[in-house]
Design a protein around this ligand. Structure first.
Ligand code: ADP
Ligand code: MG
Length: 450
């Protein structure tokens, strides 16, 4: 990892996520030398704020990483441009909260996006939008976590910046959209907020709109913003982890607007494409991996983000001392958060039996009932948790799990997703069941369920 990236991480770890999203959206490290570190942010307003509030954090982070008190400076980018036009504007900018056009992740481009059957439609839709913004409105992209939605949004942004730099593109998370609106309301500048969002932007992307579930006031603002974009044939792009119809507690008028344009789903990737993604990353970072290593990485990562996480860590280790089998196994364990040498038995039937035994203890059911047709609430939970466990902690494929439990592929996928979602929502009962299973199967080795 470069020092710049480490610096960003060190700062990020000192600042709350909310504040980070609110203030550091345009933040970047411009240059690092022994005598001066230069950062940049979108405008003077943000620069002043960051200067005031976070000086201590900057100093600490710099000292932590360089071992010295290297001086730093923060540049604001937009004001330079504006002040060239008219000096008076500068003052206005300081007082009002001006629009911040986005800085896109340079790594997230159409070129670096690996296309397979599962995401082809999303890729093509996004590319089409990037080429002719305003054509299909709104563009609604949805699909599970870590499957490349944000990557595609950034690709659109990068593409437009490169090919039609006069087009103003803006990326915000729904959370930031909300925070900005709340700030505007507090400071009595909603008129300005609307102007910024509606008049100054040609392509607006709002990521993770599911964040606005139940937030009625903000939804109204979004509704009007959406209408404005559609009416003036400017592009609006929305991302969500679920379909519009599944956005419960969303205003129906908003949901129907979402459904009016182009809706595209990013599906779960197939193993072959996952392998291609691993290979692409390895090539880029100059890491050599055997087929077996690739297979293992793909098996344990449950989405592309996890694959990237594993690969980033491996490439970091690679630059230090090369990779071997144990580096891979260790890294996977670190990233996935569990011990990955589950059950040192290769005989699949024994693995199945051990799992079923453990499930029968935890859920108080008979092992033989688990792969039978009988359906009771307790059996269903045992099966679902068992399937998830087999996938996540025993590295089984959906097909293998289907065979074990006598269920078809889609039921297994559904079960795994359902349990995964509950875990994410912090369901403590399921967490306890899983920890219990880990103990019974001796998978503990210090890693607990996160
Ligand atoms: P989402 O927004 O859907 O949760 P992201 O766009 O943040 O997911 O993707 C997670 C990580 O996986 C990112 O690092 C992204 O670059 C990478 N990624 C996702 N899909 C692909 C793909 N098809 N090709 C290459 N990298 C991908
Ligand atoms: Mg995302």
């Amino acid at each position: 990892m470069e020092l710049a990236e480490k610096l960003i991480n060190a700062l990020k770890s000192r600042i709350s996520r909310k504040n980070w999203e609110m203030w550091f959206g345009t933040f970047n490290v411009e240059s690092v030398t022994d005598t001066l570190i230069t950062f940049s942010v979108g405008n003077l307003f943000i620069k002043d704020w960051i200067d005031q509030k976070y000086a201590k954090h900057f100093k600490e982070a710099i000292r932590e990483l360089t071992g010295k008190d290297v001086p730093y400076t923060i540049k604001d980018e937009m004001v330079e441009e504006v002040s060239r036009e008219r000096d008076v504007k500068k003052e206005r900018l300081i007082r009002k909260r001006p629009v911040v056009l986005s800085r896109f992740n340079k790594e997230y481009t159409f070129e670096s996006f690996v296309v397979g059957l599962f995401n082809e439609e999303a890729y093509e839709g996004a590319l089409e939008i990037a080429k002719t913004p305003g054509k299909m409105n709104p563009f609604f992209l949805y699909g599970g976590v870590g499957l490349g939605k944000t990557h595609l949004l950034n690709s659109i942004g990068n593409y437009i910046l490169e090919n039609s730099p006069d087009t103003h593109v803006m990326y915000v998370t729904a959370e930031k959209f909300m925070n900005d609106l709340v700030m505007a309301i507090k400071s009595g500048t909603t008129g300005e907020f609307r102007k910024n969002f509606r008049d100054k932007i040609d392509v607006l992307m709002i990521d993770d709109v599911q964040f606005l579930i139940g937030k009625n006031g903000i939804q109204s603002e979004l509704f009007h913003t959406l209408n404005h974009f559609i009416d003036s044939c400017k592009q609006i792009i929305l991302c969500s982890d679920r379909t519009p119809a599944q956005l419960t507690e969303f205003q129906p008028r908003l949901v129907s607007r979402f459904q009016m344009g182009l809706m595209v789903k990013v599906n779960d990737p197939d193993t072959e494409t996952e392998k291609r993604i691993v290979k692409a990353f390895a090539r880029k970072s100059g890491i050599e991996l055997t087929d077996e290593m690739i297979r293992q990485i793909v098996e344990y990562a449950d989405n592309i983000r996890t694959i990237k996480g594993i690969m980033t860590k491996i490439s970091f280790k690679n630059s230090k001392n090369g990779v071997d089998d144990s580096t891979i196994t260790k890294t996977i364990s670190e990233v996935v958060g569990t011990s990955i040498s589950p059950l040192m038995v290769k005989d699949k039937n024994v693995e199945k039996e051990l799992l079923f035994q453990a499930l029968s203890t935890v859920f108080d059911v008979k092992p033989a009932e688990l792969d039978a047709r009988l359906r009771t609430a307790r059996l269903s939970s045992a099966r679902q948790v068992g399937m998830f466990f087999a996938r996540k902690y025993m590295g089984k494929t959906f097909a293998e799990i289907g065979e074990w439990f006598g269920r078809d592929h889609s039921s297994v996928v559904y079960a795994c997703k359902k349990v995964n979602d509950s875990m994410k929502k912090g369901n403590t009962i399921i967490k306890r069941q899983i920890t219990h299973l880990q103990e019974l199967l001796h998978l503990q080795s210090g890693a607990s369920v996160s």
